[in-house]
Every structure is written in C-alpha cells, then in structure tokens.
Ligand binder design. Sequence first.
Ligand code: CMX
Length: 136
Amino acid sequence: MNLTHIEHLGIAVKSLETAIPYYEEVLGLKCYAVEEVAEQKVKTAFFKIGQTKIELLESTDPEGPVGKFIEKKGEGIHHIAFAVDGLQNALDTVAERGVTLIDKSPRKGAEGLNIGFLHPKSTFGVLTELCEDPNK
Ligand code: CMX
C-alpha cells in the first residue's frame, strides 16, 4: 500500500462562521473553499498548510456523523485522511488485514476526491479516511 502524505485533518466545529476567523485571523491561514457535502450531512471549509489541508466540518443534521460526534464528544479532531495511490487496492488490503471498513469501495467526498473510511473501533480510536485524487 502506498500512502503518500496526510491529505487533511478533519475537525468538527459547531459553526464554520465562528471557527473560520480563528484559523484566518489568529493562525493566518486562508479559507480557500466552503462546500456542502449533502450526502455526509456536513458543510466544510478548507485551509491549506504545506501539502496538508485542514477541513472544518459543521454538521447540517444532528443525526449525521459529525452531528452525533459533537453531541457525544464535543468539538475537536474528527478524522485523519491519508492520500493513497490505488484506493480500491488499499481498502482491500486493509480489510484483508482485519480492519473493519465503513466503505468497501470508494465513494465521492469533498473536493472531488474518491474516499473510503476505516472504522475507528479497528484503528485504535482514530476515524481514518483514505483518499485518492481521480485527476492525478
Ligand atoms: N472518531 C473516533 N471515534 C468515533 C468517531 C470518530 N470520528 N465517531 C464515532 N466514534 C466512536 C463512538 O464514540 C462510538 O464509540 P463507543 O462505542 O465506545 O461509544 C463508536 O465509534 C461507534 O459510534 P456510534 O455512535 O455507535 O456510531 P455512529 O453511528 O456515530 O457511527 C461512524 C460512527 C464512524 C461509523 C460514522 O460516523 C461514519 O460512518 N463516519 C464516516 C463518515 C463521516 O465521518 N463523514 C463526515 C466527514 C465527511 C467529510 O470529510 O467530507
């Protein structure tokens, strides 16, 4: 399996509107995109730092994955996403090694990436996303 870098860190926030100024005005990063991912019941805001992005996640539905996460754990780091060459192959490989997949095959995520999630109960408590840029 070929992980190339940390593609992004997903951070759950109650409100993009109140969190974005911290990243822009305090940390000096620039929000370059805001995108709703209806299927995931989230609104996202993206920042870039080196090769890695920060993805802020605001829930659009209390029953969605981020809504439930905030209700249970509060705001904070929600997931880590690794860029990989060959996503389907990577999902098959981790499954063969005993990791529980949330997605058995790739689906579309924010920014047009193909993504697949691994269940945090089999990745030592860290919700893990593998993603691949189909245009690369
Ligand atoms: N990180 C670590 N643990 C998490 C977690 C997270 N982000 N979300 C849930 N869990 C834990 C719960 O605390 C719970 O642990 P306990 O059993 O010890 O209490 C366990 O996982 C199961 O949680 P649950 O509440 O029973 O199950 P959920 O219905 O909340 O589902 C999960 C959890 C991970 C399967 C679901 O959130 C999921 O499918 N996530 C993938 C999709 C996603 O997160 N989308 C949002 C981001 C989209 C984007 O980046 O664009």
